[in-house]
Design a protein. Structure first.
Length: 229
């Protein structure tokens, strides 16, 4: 009984301590057009398109775009970022929904956004640039490391995530900037605690965006990555 009591006390103490997490990521700038300068974005309208995701990940499509918008919004960038919701509303209102759906399907196969559709966006909606986000991988694995009298005590949850984005000029139809990143989070706890998908993606997006605007304002509003979890 004493042993059981001590074990249960240790279990309760561990549950009070909370979740222990480790995060690691690697980001890379894949492409920047020689003619593109970040300062040329000042005062421009930049729309976030619906995300392209890997097979079996379709249910995360909107969340990927939304988390990117939230990461962009936390930066003090001198351009207007149009949310995924506003992007869809404007496209539908101007009768471009069918064209954009066809463009997205073509993009999933060719990796190219149709020039005519981009021109329509620039002319009709006055969008200067669009951001095309993608998620190639989101995977979670659970490993139980310790059991006590048949009860699961400690477990490790490992999350792997791969994201990328492209910035397209709606007038020239060119990719002017492209970056990607991979992140891994490992967390241990005595409880079944899930980290919200949006928090994980937003964290990786924030790190991918670190090279997006080289002259960040001193008044930039951002969240400490460690405080996000």
């Amino acid at each position: 009984m004493v042993v059981v009591g001590l074990a249960m006390s240790s279990l309760l103490l561990a549950s009070c301590i909370g979740v222990f997490k480790q995060w690691g990521d690697e980001t890379s700038l894949a492409w920047k057009a020689q003619t593109f300068e970040f300062q040329s974005l000042e005062g421009k309208r930049v729309a976030v398109l619906n995300a392209l995701v890997g097979m079996t990940l379709e249910g995360y499509r909107h969340q990927v775009s939304q988390s990117l918008f939230q990461a962009l919004s936390k930066k003090n960038y001198p351009f207007q970022v149009i949310s995924p919701q506003a992007t869809k509303n404007e496209l539908n209102r101007e009768g471009l929904a069918r064209e954009v759906s066809a463009m997205a399907l073509d993009y999933s196969q060719s990796g190219i956004l149709n020039l005519d559709v981009l021109h329509n966006m620039a002319r009709t909606l006055e969008w200067d640039y669009v951001i095309q986000p993608s998620m190639a991988e989101f995977r979670q694995a659970l490993d139980t490391r310790l059991r006590f009298f048949g009860l699961r005590v400690f477990q490790t949850r490992i999350t792997n995530l791969r994201l990328s984005l492209q910035l397209w000029d709606t007038r020239s139809g060119e990719i002017v900037w492209e970056s990607s990143g991979e992140g891994t989070m490992a967390g241990e706890d005595v409880r079944d605690v899930l980290i919200p998908f949006g928090d994980i993606t937003q964290r990786l997006w924030s790190n991918i965006l670190t090279d997006f605007w080289p002259r960040e304002s001193e008044n930039e509003v951002d969240t400490d990555p460690e405080e996000a979890f």
